[in-house]
Design a protein. Structure first.
Length: 366
């Protein structure tokens, strides 16, 4: 069933059916692991077989993957994927060989671990992060509103392998994830709300386990192997956070109460002028001592931290609104348009205008 599922997925992904339904009928339409009441039934042929898919008005079907458009202020859409993971499964895994990436930018409530091999030149977009990947790439995403997509870009490989594992946040039922033995996994899942890219050393560590997991039956031992993969990955503190927290709409704070107090202040006053002396006074430290303390606790200078927060809000505003570049600049706490453009290009690799246009192109794939 899994093979048919993704054959159809790959077949249809390049032309999502944008359907204008003329009416709806009552009743249920069977969908793998799911039922949608009050929908129209459409039949899609593949491999001399027929599959019944339920589609509501103004929703889209991409193969056997069900998408729903998320309305945006500027009328561009990001697709919300309803994944094939059923409530009775711990995780869902797909091992695909392909020649290109064609599906659109999207998000989903389920957590996702995505591995790619022989995909050098592909552009990976996670939130406001856009990077060209090498032959191997492994990313964990746990932010349910975090947009992501892998684009073909400059990749010329004819033998791309992609292993995607989707699992529910409920996998760690109750307070299990808060137990001491799960501490490193819990911290990794929290960091991955903004997307987490693992170093090559980590990829090579779990490569054979991923390969085995993709081919074995999803029984008890498969779940144990999956937990082992998550645990081993959680030991790599040098995994990189991809998207800015302000773009991902995630609040991430230091364990230090002093730093946390300052971070909360910055996140709510980023539009205003923020002075080092005022922040230091807020936590009862001298400016010099606080600067050193802040960098030690966050790994960033205070000025870089403030700039990253403001740029995160700026990128989100560029995507979600029709405000001009100048309006975005001043609304996010920058007081000089030239400095804003220069800072944006240094941090994001493109101008604000190019960032907005590129993001809209990704959305308009559908």
């Amino acid at each position: 069933m899994r093979d048919a599922y993704f054959v159809l997925y790959e077949m249809c992904i390049s032309y999502i059916f944008a359907l204008e339904l003329k009416g709806e009928k009552n009743g249920n339409c069977a969908f793998p692991g799911r039922t949608f009441p009050g929908v129209c039934s459409y039949i899609i042929p593949k491999c001399n077989k027929w599959y019944c898919c339920g589609i509501k008005k103004n929703e889209y079907i991409c193969g056997m993957i069900f998408f729903k458009p998320m309305p945006m202020e500027n009328q561009n859409y990001i697709m919300r994927e309803i994944t094939p993971l059923s409530e009775r499964d711990c995780f869902y895994i797909a091992d695909r060989r392909k020649t290109e990436f064609t599906y659109p930018i999207h998000c989903h409530a389920e957590y996702e671990l995505n591995f790619t091999e022989h995909a050098s030149g592909v552009r990976r977009v996670v939130g406001d992060s856009a990077e060209i990947i090498g032959d191997y790439d492994l990313v964990l995403i746990t932010g349910k509103e975090l947009e992501h997509v892998w684009e073909q870009h400059e990749c010329t490989s004819g033998d791309i392998r992609e292993i995607t594992i989707q699992f529910s946040p409920d996998l760690f039922f109750g307070n299990v994830v808060n137990k001491n033995q799960f501490d490193s996994i819990r911290r990794m899942l929290e960091r991955a709300q903004c997307g987490l890219s693992f170093p090559m050393q980590a990829i090579m560590k779990v490569y054979n386990w991923l390969d085995k997991l993709a081919s074995e039956e999803q029984g008890f031992y498969a779940v144990m192997n999956f937990l082992r993969i998550l645990y081993e990955l959680s030991l790599y503190d040098n995994a990189r956070v991809l998207s800015s927290s302000s773009f991902a709409k995630i609040e991430t704070f230091s364990d230090s109460r002093r730093v946390q107090k300052v971070q909360k202040y910055i996140s709510t006053h980023y539009q205003e002028e923020i002075r080092l002396a005022s922040l230091a006074d807020m936590v009862g430290m001298t400016p010099v001592s606080f600067s050193r303390f802040f960098r030690l606790r966050t790994g960033k200078t205070l000025s870089d931290y403030i700039i990253d927060i403001r740029l995160g809000f700026a990128t989100r505003m560029l995507v979600d609104s029709t405000r001009t570049i100048a309006e975005v600049c001043y609304d996010c706490g920058f007081n000089n348009l030239s400095n804003f453009n220069r800072m944006f290009k240094r941090k994001k690799g493109c101008s604000p205008k190019e960032f907005r246009e590129n993001y809209r192109k990704k959305k308009l794939v559908i």
